[in-house]
Design a protein around this ligand. Structure first.
Ligand code: RB5
Length: 146
């Protein structure tokens, strides 16, 4: 069974529920790192919880907040994470093919749920192309802190 981890702050709580339902129908085992209500939480906490599982279990992750921006920035601060904020299918496909993104981020306040589910499917169905992109990813992951 394919495994995936998902997390959201209060701004993405409703879409997290819908995405879990969608993925379970497709036979994914979904690990839910919260949040579990619409009460206000801090998205860096959720991003970090999810990042640990993505890295340790080597599985893809999905993050949702209001815009998708804060939670993707936070995730990208975690070592080994390549989080891509996507609000269209083309970007979702290309970020898997070229950036080998291991986290997909979206904003619940930005796009409708139909498009969000389609972006999830596109991202999960796309594959890393390797080749010249491998070298760039290696460079990106080894950038030194300034
Ligand atoms: C929470 O109100 C909101 O700031 C958060 O979900 C997200 O949009 C931040 O980038």
């Amino acid at each position: 069974m394919n495994r995936i981890v998902i997390g959201a702050d209060h701004g993405g709580f409703e879409y997290k529920k819908a995405i879990i339902e969608h993925l379970e129908k497709k036979d994914y085992e979904v690990i839910d790192v919260g949040t579990f209500s619409s009460e206000s939480v801090d998205y860096p906490d959720i991003a970090q919880e999810l990042a640990k599982i993505v890295i340790n279990d080597n599985i893809p992750g999905i993050l949702i907040c209001g815009t998708g921006i804060g939670i993707s920035i936070a995730a990208n601060k975690c070592k080994g994470i390549r989080a891509a904020l996507c609000h269209d299918e083309f970007s979702a496909r290309m970020t898997k093919k070229h950036n080998d993104s291991n986290v997909l981020a979206m904003g619940q306040r930005v796009i409708g749920i139909g498009l969000a589910l389609s972006i999830v499917d596109t991202w999960l169905d796309s594959e890393f192309e390797g080749g010249r992109h491998g070298k760039r990813i290696e460079k990106m992951m080894n950038l030194e802190e300034l």
